[in-house]
Design a protein around this ligand. Sequence first.
Ligand SMILES: Nc1ncnc2c1ncn2[C@@H]1O[C@H](COP(=O)(O)OP(=O)(O)O)[C@@H](O)[C@H]1O
Ligand SMILES: [Mg+2]
Length: 236
Amino acid sequence: MKILPVISTKGGEGKSTQAANLCGFLADAGLKTLLIDGDFGQPTASSIYQLTYEAPCGLYELLMQTVDLSDASKIISHSFIPNLDVIISNDPQAHLLTAMLHAPDGRLRMRMRNILQHPLFKQYDAIIIDSQGARSVMLELIVLAATDSTIGIVKPVLPDIREFLRGSIAMFEQLRSLSSYGIKLAISLANLRTGLKHRRVVRVIRRCKLLRLKIRLTMYRFVQIINEKRHYQGNN
Ligand SMILES: Nc1ncnc2c1ncn2[C@@H]1O[C@H](COP(=O)(O)OP(=O)(O)O)[C@@H](O)[C@H]1O
Ligand SMILES: [Mg+2]
């Protein structure tokens, strides 16, 4: 079972779209897939695929631990794609943000990771978690649930790349001490023809319709910044 968070600390980068697309591809390929909509504010990912069964509970009850996970029908919604289940986002008032911040086990941000150890989730080959485009306790909870690398989404334009470095990469750097608990905090650049030999891995999926020269140059510059560790200097 692989748990893959889809993140960027900026909104509008394409997280929900790519998370839903990835789930569709994996399910079509025959993998039993679960999409957890971790964007409590905007349940975009929950609403991309038509649901054939909507469970009475969702992200809110999952994280508040007020749902009995031994009864899957309480929490697992079914999409019209046979292999694709969904845990919907259902916290429009953003109560989760405060609740998770003040939870007794909140400081280490492990709650999502621990909950996903329940036998209910063992049936899935892949669990994709969409997230909100802002640095918060919720995003940290999601990133720390990863079993492999996290998928970072960034538009190949300079302001967004700068924001990615300032927000997402900086968050990974700050959480790095938690890797001593066995948590995989990996950053790598995928989809780029460069030899990145980093211990950190952020997978960057280019979301662009046309790969024009300008976009190539922007991505090249992005890779250079990471390779040369210039993002530490905060002046890119
Ligand atoms: N690869 C892409 N190419 C063009 N437009 C995209 C792409 N991915 C997403 N979009 C569009 O960008 C907007 C924001 O996408 P969304 O997935 O909601 O972003 P986020 O979840 O990061 O806020 C949407 O209108 C979506 O249709
Ligand atoms: Mg979204």
